[in-house]
Design a protein around this ligand. Structure first.
Ligand SMILES: [Ca+2]
Ligand SMILES: [Ca+2]
Length: 406
């Protein structure tokens, strides 16, 4: 990382890159003959999908009063424009901080929640006292990152630059951590990593190895050798952590790339592995599937909540439903193995029970459910195993009402 210094400025329009850049501001009475007050405004935008890291390295404003003399850093980007997992989900998550007086190094950095930030200053110009301000900024690495899921318990992770290609020669590690007593479920919505190499072994069996590019999922509480590498275009099965820290490691070589991955993550208490209530997600797209797919344990109960931001219309698509299977034409259906979709419609709860036994001709898959309030997806299995199937899979996408109208 190199430093590039800028001349003293009072405002401007800048683009943040991976290279660290600085803003230097200074004003003295001599420089501003006859002027007693100065206001400046800088706007920094990201040149790619990644939040902006900003730190005030020093501030020396003559009046220690954050009302009249201050520097303010504020998120001004449009929330929907940022696809990076570090960005805000709602308008009210845009951040603002204000500093004033005299402070040196050690101030906490500001990491933006959108792709644009505005820095404003207001300072009095007093005799014999120079107002100075130094700021450094750069784009955070979208490749290696730690997501503290305590603050965003259920959300979404994507490969760098998704939905565009990930790059060549990447070694990207995304670490996800939750509270000790919680567990993380990963459900892939999309997967496209360079296909595996195929060869036949001595006994003529086809071997497929992810030797070019791969995604490796590591559970910090398990041995590294247990980690599995995924590649190709087959969507990996869901992954349920044993511990509270997992990492997704994406490795790519020097040629051929795919579109990457899009994975939903959900956090749940790990009191009882058969009963999991996942934290609400507000993502505009995602996937839901039971943790042990294909298959499930007896007497399990799993619950997910999708709560889109206000002003969005969403569509949930049930792509697979394979449970509570009838053993013969005269066999009675079980009552305790089912998928329930509950949606809030004009403050009234509408409920729909679904299982393989009760699907009518019109109910053929995929089944679509449109919602704008909250959708609750609940899966329950019974104590029998003879009626077990593969389970279920659903995905959802949301659109802005406004976009829809225009
Ligand atoms: Ca490759
Ligand atoms: Ca069963």
């Amino acid at each position: 990382m190199e430093y590039r210094s800028a001349d003293r400025t009072c405002g401007g329009w800048m683009r943040a890159t991976r290279e660290k850049q600085t803003i230097t501001y200074a004003v003295t009475r001599d420089a501003k003959e006859g002027q007693s007050y100065e206001r400046c405004r800088w706007v920094i935008t990201a040149n790619e999908q990644a939040p902006i890291w900003i730190r005030i390295t020093s501030i020396k404003f003559p009046i220690s009063n954050c009302l009249d003399d201050y520097v303010e850093i504020r998120d001004v980007g449009i929330v929907q424009e940022c696809e990076h997992p570090g960005c805000a989900l709602r308008q009210d998550q845009r951040k603002t901080v204000r500093e004033c007086g005299v402070k040196g190094k050690g101030m906490a950095p500001f990491v933006s929640n959108t792709l644009a930030v505005q820095i404003s200053t207001a300072t009095q110009i007093v005799p014999d006292s120079a107002a100075t301000l130094n700021i450094e900024y750069y784009l955070i690495d979208s490749c290696n990152r730690t997501v503290d899921a305590r603050f965003l318990p259920s959300s979404r992770l994507t490969s760098p630059h998704f939905p565009r290609h990930y790059g060549h020669n990447h070694s990207c590690e995304t670490t996800l951590q939750v509270d000790d007593k919680k567990r993380i479920l990963l459900v892939f919505r999309f997967f496209d990593i360079e296909h595996p190499s195929t060869e036949y072994d001595e006994e003529g069996r086809l071997k497929m190895d992810c030797i070019h590019d791969y995604l490796e999922i590591n559970d910090a509480s398990k041995k590294k050798e247990e980690a599995r590498k995924h590649c190709g275009m087959t969507i990996p099965h869901p992954f349920m952590s044993k511990g509270s820290i997992i990492s997704l490691f994406l490795k790519s070589d020097e040629s051929v790339v795919g579109d990457g991955y899009d994975v939903s993550y959900y956090t749940a208490d790990a009191m009882d592995e058969k009963t999991l209530i996942f934290s609400t997600t507000s993502e505009l797209q995602g996937a839901i599937q039971q943790p042990d797919y294909p298959g499930y344990t007896t007497s399990a109960s799993y619950k997910w909540f999708i709560h889109p931001p206000a002003g969005h219309k969403c569509k949930f698509i049930l792509e697979e439903l394979d449970l509570n299977l009838r053993k013969g034409p005269d066999e009675k259906c079980g009552e305790n193995e089912k998928l329930t979709l509950t949606l809030t419609l004009n403050d009234e709860k509408a409920e729909s029970h679904l299982d393989s036994c009760n699907l009518s001709e019109e109910d053929k898959l995929p089944i679509e459910v449109v919602f704008s309030g909250e959708l609750v997806v609940e899966f329950k299995s019974d104590a029998e195993t003879e009626n077990d199937g593969r389970g279920f899979r659903g995905t959802w996408t949301c659109e802005d009402y406004e976009t829809d109208v225009i």
